[in-house]
Design a protein around this ligand. Structure first.
Ligand code: ASP
Ligand code: MG
Length: 593
């Protein structure tokens, strides 16, 4: 018999009427001949209220007691949900995380699922009853109650769907699915029928918060098709599956992270291990770095720029001051008034000219780009906060996101696109390791590129557009692009091109440099790009750090860096490519599938 998991978020169970409505949905599904597992969040803002209560007692509540407290929110709603189903004449059993057997590690308030028992749920289902599972919670080895981090009920739902081999995982929420960008910011945002796991992950990481990121990682890892839909209407929502909405569409969504701060460490000695000093000090402050851009300097020194949440700026600056001194770097500067605009799409991995279209559109609006970082399916630019909404509107428009792609694949909105093998996948992977462990699925080496750097370019609107349009006009395909802030009003731009095009590209950029009034480009004739991709790259902080420190240990210098939700890319000298590949493979053997 097919199993359907239905998750109801806080707003969908905010009062008794809504609880009854959710109960009716589950009963209807059961009547269609499915076994139903409901996963329920705490009612309305109940979790926030519990957090507030704790803070009233103490500034620093013990994490274990916090979990004891927060888990009660879900316990209330599962019990009420079971009563609602009973009152409608059907059978249901509510279960806490512990009663199901959701085992987690012991990191209270942000625990990771290690395994899930299915026997009890199956017994209840086989008896013709609806299972009502408390979201967001589990139990550790010593029977302590744990929680999975705010918003964690999504993760519970997808995890249960995975271990049960469910046919569908429906996430009922207060929005009717995923949009091309936040409709509260841009009313012209379009509802999308389907989006791929990778696109959703990238979008979630750059500010589009529809679901808990870890739940998407889970869905991807266990091939669970996820249907995000409104609990207040019956319209189809958005399917999150392996394939994108339209394969030839370069961009599927755009997002804005408004409150960012940019920090640049200037004149870092360009030697192995320099970057890692900066990163470790920041990590030690418990600050997550976001857009990391390292540029080769002209004179054997590099600039490292990155963004952090604006609230983390004071702590970050302390760490940076320390690192600057220790490294003998020239100095550092920062800007607390910046926002990040990103576009994401599977199509851009195979299409050229996507980045320059974006840069040109921004230039035409007179919007200056402060920093650029590109990855396989994401382009992010940093702009000043006052122009961020306009920048978002501009990129949304240039990629025609408000109109449905012509090549929309038939049936995209209705269901899973691939035969669903979650159970098999879950058994295979769960049996060898914790369900939520970091998984590296690929470490690749591409040694066919060359690197070019333009340093000290006068930084004005249109700069990036001009550079990359001229290169594109020369018929050269650019791969990875990073632009960072150099010294006052000047930018450094590095990018990689196919090695065969290097001479042509040097000629082109030398000429361009003289017109722009900056020094001639520097280049590296042979570089290698190493990409580490996988699941849990962001939630398991330290992947980038492990990469850099293992490379530094064997004396390999990193020339360029770009990071994304599913991948970290570094560029090193080509002569070191094979060695770097071996080092990384060894470094990550414990987590490679
Ligand atoms: N109730 C928890 C929270 O508000 C978990 C959830 O809603 O997913 O964070
Ligand atoms: Mg909630």
């Amino acid at each position: 018999m097919s199993i359907i998991v239905q998750k109801f978020g806080g707003t969908s169970v905010a009062d008794s009427e809504k609880i009854l409505a959710a109960a009716r949905k589950a009963i209807r599904t059961q009547k269609k001949g499915h076994q139903v597992v409901m996963v329920v969040s705490a009612m309305g803002k109940n979790t926030d209220e519990l957090v507030r209560l704790a803070r009233e007692i103490t500034e620093e509540p013990a994490a274990r007691e916090m979990d004891m407290l927060l888990s009660t929110g879900e316990q209330v709603s599962v019990a009420l949900m079971a009563m609602a189903i009973h009152s409608l004449g059907h059978q249901a059993v509510s279960l806490t995380g512990a009663q199901i057997g959701i085992k987690t590690d012991s990191s209270h308030t942000k625990a990771r699922i290690q395994s899930i028992e299915t026997d009890r749920m199956r017994a209840v289902l086989d008896a013709g009853k609806i299972v009502i599972a408390a979201g967001f919670q589990g139990i550790d080895e010593d029977f302590n109650i744990t929680t999975l981090g705010r918003g964690g009920s999504d993760t519970t739902a997808v995890a249960l769907a995975a271990v049960l081999g469910a046919d569908a995982c429906e996430i009922y929420t207060d929005v009717d699915g995923v949009y091309t960008t936040d409709p509260r910011v841009l009313p012209e945002a379009r509802h999308v029928a389907r989006i791929s796991y990778d696109e959703m992950l990238e979008l979630a990481s750059v500010g589009a918060g529809v679901m808990h990121s870890r739940s998407i990682e889970f869905a991807k890892r266990f091939s669970v098709p996820v249907h995000v839909r409104s609990s207040f209407s019956d319209t189809p929502g958005t399917m999150i599956v392996a394939d994108p909405e339209a394969p030839d569409q370069p961009v599927c969504g755009a997002a804005m992270l408004k409150n960012e701060a940019r920090v640049t460490v200037l004149g870092v000695p360009d030697r192995p291990g320099a970057a890692i000093t900066v990163f470790s000090k920041i990590a030690a402050m418990n600050v997550t770095m976001d857009m990391i851009v390292q540029n080769v300097g002209a004179d054997g020194r590099a600039d490292i720029s990155f963004t952090v949440l604006r609230d983390d700026l004071p702590a970050t600056l302390k760490a940076v001051e320390d690192a600057t001194r220790e490294l003998g770097a020239e100095g550092f500067n920062c800007d607390g008034e910046v926002s990040k605009i990103s576009v994401v799409g599977m199509g851009m991995a195979t299409q050229t000219g996507v980045a320059d279209r974006m840069f040109r559109a921004l230039a035409e609006k007179g919007i200056n780009i402060l920093m650029i970082s590109t990855s396989q399916i994401k382009i992010s630019v940093l702009v000043t906060r006052d122009v961020a909404p306009e920048a978002l509107r501009t990129v949304h428009e240039i990629f025609g996101l408000e109109t449905e792609p012509a090549s929309l694949e038939a049936g995209g909105g209705d269901g899973p696109t691939e035969p669903h093998q979650a159970a098999a996948a879950a058994n295979a992977v769960a049996s060898i390791q914790g369900m939520e462990d970091l998984v590296i699925d690929e470490i690749t080496l591409d040694a066919s590129d060359a690197r070019i750097t333009l340093a000290g370019v006068p930084d004005r609107p249109g700069l990036a557009a001009r550079v990359f349009e001229e290169i594109a006009a020369g018929g050269i395909v650019v791969d990875m692009i990073v632009q960072s802030i150099g010294w006052e009003g000047h930018a450094n731009i590095s990018f990689t091109v196919p090695r065969k095009d290097l001479d042509k590209c040097i000629a082109l950029t030398t000429e361009l440099a003289s017109r722009l009034g900056c020094s001639a480009p520097t280049s590296s004739a042979a570089v290698a790009k190493l990409s580490v991709s996988g699941i849990g790259m962001r939630s398991h902080t330290g992947v980038a750090r492990r990469m850099f420190s293992s490379l530094a240990e064997v004396g390999i210098n990193v020339e360029m860096i770009s990071t994304s939700e599913v991948r970290v890319n570094v560029v090193v000298d080509a002569a070191q490519g094979e060695k770097a590949l071996a080092v990384l493979k060894k470094e990550f053997t414990d987590v490679t599938v």
